[in-house]
Design a protein around this ligand. Structure first.
Ligand code: BTN
Length: 254
């Protein structure tokens, strides 16, 4: 059920209107349903919990009360769902740091603190009436007890409640986060993508690390080397051969 609507005319695109729900299946799905009507670009769907939150690779995203779950609608100039998904990792990490968690960005867009995941992004490209849209959904473990997350997730996850003494309301976190995303999107619209990917490269803590990645059926071990202009992680294997990695399992080796 919708429980509120917030407007902020100071934002350029993202977060000028926020629809607040108590519970939805998935904010990405609600945002997609809204595409059937004539919605403004930048519209945000925010929910206090999700009954069927989704993560990357078709995984579930545990969404208990206390966490932050929000999706927004973009109509980018190019079909850039993957690249935008990467870039949005930067404002998420910035917001976490602002509120006291010195998180880093693990490729593609996991916000990680001391090797434990604290936030994730699911960015999907969809056509509606021949217009390309990106639905970008962000889940942040804000005011959640670690024990409320599934047992199999707990060893690799953390929450702001666990890491920061100070209570941060989801509303406050979302407000700051949307300001950062709005700025990033305005840069995206006005800057060459190579420049933004350079920023991303500088912030991605996977670069320079020895990693093991699955590409299709193959396993590649080598050094995370660069970010290509299509948003792929370039891995240089031990023979110096370069491989482009997008989706799959990525393990940081010690
Ligand atoms: C991942 O790291 O696997 C991505 C997680 C994305 C979760 C968010 S929560 C808000 C939005 N709605 C969803 O169903 N998923 C995203």
């Amino acid at each position: 059920m919708k429980i509120g609507e917030v407007h902020d005319a100071n934002r350029k695109t993202v977060g000028r209107t926020i629809l607040h729900f108590d519970a939805v299946e998935s904010t990405n799905e609600t945002a997609k349903e809204l595409l059937e009507s004539d919605v403004e670009e930048g519209l945000v769907v925010w929910a206090d919990r999700q009954a069927a939150g989704r993560g990357r690779h078709g995984r579930a995203w545990a969404s208990p009360l206390g966490g932050l779950y929000a999706s927004f609608i973009l109509r980018p100039k190019d079909a850039h769902a993957w690249v935008l998904g990467l870039l949005i990792g930067m404002p998420v990490v910035k917001a976490l740091r602002h509120f006291g968690v010195f998180a880093g960005l693990k490729y593609p867009n996991d916000a990680v603190y001391q090797d434990r995941k604290i936030a994730g992004i699911l960015s999907e490209g969809v056509y509606r009436h021949d217009v390309y849209h990106v639905i970008a959904g962000i889940g942040v473990n804000t005011n959640v007890d670690l024990e409320k997350l599934p047992a199999e997730v707990q060893p690799r996850a953390t929450t702001m409640k666990r890491e920061v003494n100070l209570f941060v309301a989801n509303e406050e976190f979302l407000d700051y986060l949307l300001n950062q995303i709005d700025d990033l999107y305005s840069r995206y619209r006005n800057t060459r993508i190579e420049f933004l990917l350079k920023d991303y490269r500088g912030q991605c803590t996977t670069i320079g690390k020895r990693i093991s990645a699955t590409i299709g059926k193959d396993r590649v071990i080598g050094k995370a080397y660069d970010i290509a202009t299509n948003g792929a992680l370039v891995i240089a294997d031990d023979q110096g051969v370069k491989h482009d990695f997008f989706e799959g399992t990525l393990e940081i080796l010690k």
